[in-house]
Design a protein around this ligand. Structure first.
Ligand code: ADP
Ligand code: ADP
Length: 231
């Protein structure tokens, strides 16, 4: 589903030039659950931002379901992002001024889903994630774990091809964090394709495959075999 070849990205400021990604090559199949680890500054966020079409690479190739993403115009990239990608962030990135319902509804409005279908979809997903009784609340009235559930609902509402999670448990206590990992595992068991950046070995161990980055390169890939009952 994802095929990346020789992908590179340089950030230039007035004084410095930083090679954030150097010749990354990576394949992700549909239904994979991949974790990305590595020290701060190793290029994890840059890679996730490019995968998620928030940013563009300078050179190389990124094919998402056989379509080339490198060199797309911002407008087309943004369209492809809204159609295909669901994001889950460390700090939830919910809009505090909007109710839970309205936060989850936003991607549906972008994608011009009818009002009747929007209401039905939101009810179904809220039920699935156990937040039905929270739809009228505002993000600040919820615990971190509940806010992340809302963020997951928003990420999933358009049935995205790809789910990207940037340290999804980073701001959660271990119980809520484990619940979020369980949620991702559930999604994975149901066929979702997930790529997750994490600093947590524990979280990474629940993915199928871990990629280790250093200085903008992939330096190690390992398969995680694991008894999935132990969380
Ligand atoms: P990680 O997510 O692993 O911490 P990043 O992808 O955020 O790493 O950063 C990789 C390198 O690129 C770092 O040296 C970082 O300072 C640099 N970098 C990232 N984004 C920018 C940017 N927008 N402008 C300049 N340098 C950047
Ligand atoms: P994390 O530690 O969660 O990976 P970072 O602090 O590395 O987050 O990066 C947060 C955001 O800031 C990213 O979108 C990244 O592109 C940007 N960024 C990182 N380093 C720099 C930098 N040196 N200059 C400008 N932006 C940066």
């Amino acid at each position: 589903m994802i095929e990346i070849k020789n992908l590179s990205k340089v950030f230039r400021t007035e004084e410095v030039e930083t090679k954030a990604l150097s010749n990354i090559t990576l394949k992700v199949n549909q239904g994979d659950f991949v974790s990305i680890m590595g020290p701060s500054g190793s290029g994890k966020s840059t890679l996730l931002n490019i995968l998620g079409l928030l940013d563009s690479a300078d050179s190389g190739s990124y094919q998402l379901v056989n379509k080339e993403m490198v060199g797309l115009k911002e407008k087309d990239r943004s369209k492809a992002r809204k159609e295909n990608i669901g994001f889950i962030f460390q700090n939830f990135n919910l809009i505090d001024e909007l109710s839970v319902y309205d936060n989850i509804e936003l991607p549906l409005i972008y994608n011009k889903v009818s009002a009747v279908a929007r209401k039905r979809k939101i009810e179904v997903i809220a039920n699935k994630l156990g937040i039905s009784h929270r739809l009228k609340h505002f993000p600040q009235q919820l615990s971190g774990g509940q806010q992340q559930r809302v963020a997951v609902a928003r990420a999933l509402i358009n049935d995205p091809l790809l789910i990207l999670a940037d340290e999804p448990t980073g701001n959660l206590d271990s119980k809520s964090g484990n619940e979020v990992i369980e949620l991702l595992m559930d999604l994975h068991a149901n066929g979702a394709t997930i790529i997750m950046v994490t600093h947590s070995e524990h979280d990474a161990s629940f993915s199928q495959r871990t990629i280790l980055m250093k200085d903008g390169e992939i330096v190690l890939e390992k398969n995680n075999s694991r008894n999935f009952d132990v969380l």
